[in-house]
Design a protein around this ligand. Structure first.
Ligand SMILES: [Zn+2]
Length: 421
């Protein structure tokens, strides 16, 4: 029998509901924040704590070739029980360094009534439908949050728990048919190093990251990303005796920033709009540096932004004899859309699996990058499937239990759709 809220028979649904919840609660209690200032790989050794738990659990679940590498990966093979096409599943163990991830205390709020949720460890903090309108869609559900002092870590421990729970479900119910599945857990995704040093020989021809948000989401596009550094050179002189001599680099940096379009900033753009973002500024009379990122879904539009940066810099240089301004840039990552369009079956299977889980599909463009965007550029098409969490990287981060169950169901259907026919 299939329960009304599930796409799978009730015994499988019951198993997943319990298993996914228990795993998620267990994994969120392990601190795994990454650290952008670290030079080691992974950036924090605490990420190994969760990686070793996962390696042990995968072995106990009968996975083959389980490897936990010193540079922060766990690889495992789930052997096939049917001649389906192999595919890969990925999630990252680290949590964002933007908010504390120390000593996370996950709280289950059963039978959510649509009201305001409070947090025991910070009475000033609340979570309501005003902060997160999506909460309205989960009345009656179990909502999981942290206790007020930390993020929850659903990004991406929800994805980790869902993949592990799918592995456990395949083991518990061998009637569910699937081909070989390669599982890969990464570290340091939040600081942009998730696939540094990945062993591509362990990866199948295509993969899926479980690292999206609202149930039903499928992300096949991400930003095209440029990193830009603008350096201003002036001439420092004792300020009391500077008449006609000082050339103040710090002032040039500030007029440069003022010349950037105000309606193209992160805080004034959304959807498919791109932006200029000044992420860092340092300097004095002699020398100033402005670091920025340019983002858009179209590379050509980002190049136009780069031209605007150059001409704004040139104009200041021309107006101020003695000033020297240089602009350098790097192409950080590219939109995965074009590469993914060459592999329509990869997208189609994900769309069918989401629909089979009883969800309406939401195609979304990621206003950022994922492990998948870099893997796609490396020739391994990797769209991003929802994992269920909302308000990522904040102390209000939350997830509904039913979203995790739906994500596991989606993986079960995804495996079934990997037939050659
Ligand atoms: Zn993530």
């Amino acid at each position: 029998m299939t329960p009304p809220n599930s796409s799978l028979p009730s015994d499988i649904h019951g198993f997943i509901s319990h298993d996914a919840r228990e795993r998620f609660l267990r994994y969120t209690r392990v601190s795994t924040a990454s650290d952008p200032s670290s030079t080691t790989r992974p950036s924090t050794s605490r990420q190994h704590d969760l990686l070793s738990i996962l390696a042990q659990e995968l072995t106990a679940l009968g996975a083959h070739n389980v490897i936990h590498t010193p540079n922060g990966f766990v690889y495992a093979t789930i052997p096939e029980n049917s001649p389906h096409i192999p595919f890969g599943l990925m999630a990252h163990v680290d949590t964002s360094p933007d908010q504390s991830g120390e000593d996370v205390k996950p709280l289950l709020r059963e039978n959510y009534d649509g009201g305001v949720l409070s947090f025991p460890d910070d009475p000033t903090l609340t979570l309501s439908c005003e902060d997160s309108p999506e909460l309205k869609d989960f009345i009656g559900d179990t909502i999981i949050t942290a206790s007020g002092l930390t993020l929850l870590g659903a990004d991406d421990k929800a994805g980790v728990a869902e993949i592990m729970s799918a592995v456990a479900t395949f083991r518990e119910f061998p009637t569910l048919r699937h081909g070989r599945i390669e599982v890969c857990f990464t570290s340091d995704e939040e600081i942009g190093h998730g696939v540094d040093g990945i062993d591509a020989s362990r990866l199948p021809a295509h993969l899926y990251t479980m690292d999206g948000s609202y149930p039903g989401e499928l992300e096949t596009e991400c930003f095209d990303a440029l990193g830009v550094t603008v350096e201003f050179h002036g001439r420092g002189v004792h300020p009391g005796y500077s008449y006609g001599k000082m050339i103040n680099a710090a002032l040039f940096a500030s007029s440069f920033i003022a010349a950037l379009p105000k309606n193209e900033r992160p805080e004034t753009t959304k959807g498919r709009e791109g932006f200029f973002h000044v992420s860092d500024i340092t300097g004095n009379n002699e020398h100033a540096i402005v670091r920025m990122i340019l983002r858009d879904f179209e590379h050509s539009k980002n190049l136009t932004r780069l031209e605007l940066v150059r001409s704004a810099a040139m104009e200041i240089q021309n107006r101020n004899p003695g000033a020297t301004i240089t602009v350098t840039h790097t192409h950080q990552y590219e939109n995965m859309r074009e590469e993914l369009e060459k592999h329509p079956a990869v997208i189609e299977r994900a769309l069918n699996a989401i629909a089979d889980a009883g969800l309406s599909v939401r195609r979304k463009a990621i206003r950022g990058g994922t492990d998948g965007s870099r893997l796609t550029a490396m020739g391994y098409p990797t769209p991003n499937i929802f994992a269920g969490g909302l308000l990522f990287h904040s102390r209000r981060e939350w997830i509904a239990l039913s979203s995790m169950v739906k994500a596991v169901e989606t993986i079960v259907h995804l495996a079934r759709h990997h037939t050659t026919a």
